[in-house]
Write a protein of this length. Sequence first.
Length: 370
Amino acid sequence: MRIAFIGTRGVPARYGGFETCAEEIGWRLAARGHEITVYARSRFYPMPSVEWRGMRVLSLPAVRVKALETLSHTARSLADAARRGFDVLLVFNGANSPLLRLKRFRGAPTVLHADGLEWRRGKWGRFGRAYQRWAERITAGHRGPVIADSTEIQKYYRERYGRETIRIAYGADIRTSSRPELLEPFGLRPGGYVLQITRFEPENNPDLTVSAFEGWPADKRLVLVGGAPYSSAFARKIAEARDPRIVRPGFIYDKDLLRELLANAWAYVHGNEVGGTNPALLEAMAAGCFVIARDVPFNREVLGEAGVYFEKNAGALRDKLAWALAHEGELGPRKAAAVEIIRLRYNWDRVADAYEELFRGLAAPPSKSS
């Protein structure tokens, strides 16, 4: 099959869940003999066409304005894909759904990945939030399959719109530490720090992590990996925190270093509260982290009893950190349980199997009636 992935920044994955999903599914399907094209944004991947892990990466420009970048790039990608004769299109991000109603972009069967409840994200202003809610309704009316990455998102679309979706979650690879010396340039030692990897946006709550940590007198450091793709007062607030124990290395794309940071963390804080199955949470669990997660249904669906949860205030998170410090003997079984959840439920090979089966059903010619 000839399959195009549209709506991500591109691969190799450096920026978020969509990109990780595209890469992990894409190279596996390419290894099975399928022809995979991933449309990328040229400001992140300037080469017009390259090959990565058996996939073709095709870069096109986008308007560099927050409200227009995704839509403008998806429109260019759909227009290009319409003339290339793909068998199936996988379009990420429900915000792109209005484009799929335009006749000029119709052609190959199209699968739409709904993502989470985008309109709840704090980064959007009044207009952006209204657009996201409208696009969500368009997503629910999409003529082709709609993918939800969690049962909670499935439930939401069923109850609100009467729309049935297909649940295919993200995956993760189980990781262990092999090069702890990579931590040394950051002044870190195994087991000596709390870690959070996230974009600095309100719904991910890195500010709560900073506030909780500043009032917690433990001999630990806090490592905040990430930042904001666009300048914001919220991101500046994180950058201005003065506790000398806080380490802010920015975005890190080196997979070996990320593995060491995860595998050697004393605890991992997962503050995300919007969306379905979050790839960062899966990666932390796969590395055997003890996870302290924001108490929302999306996180409970994935983590279950393998971690602990905090309400949306710094005091609650600080209490969980203090509990973990006082009960370190109880953390090991929770870490092992988290790894086992990944092994059994969030395996990338099985995720790729599910996508391949879905694509084959769409690309197959209709059977002739007898």
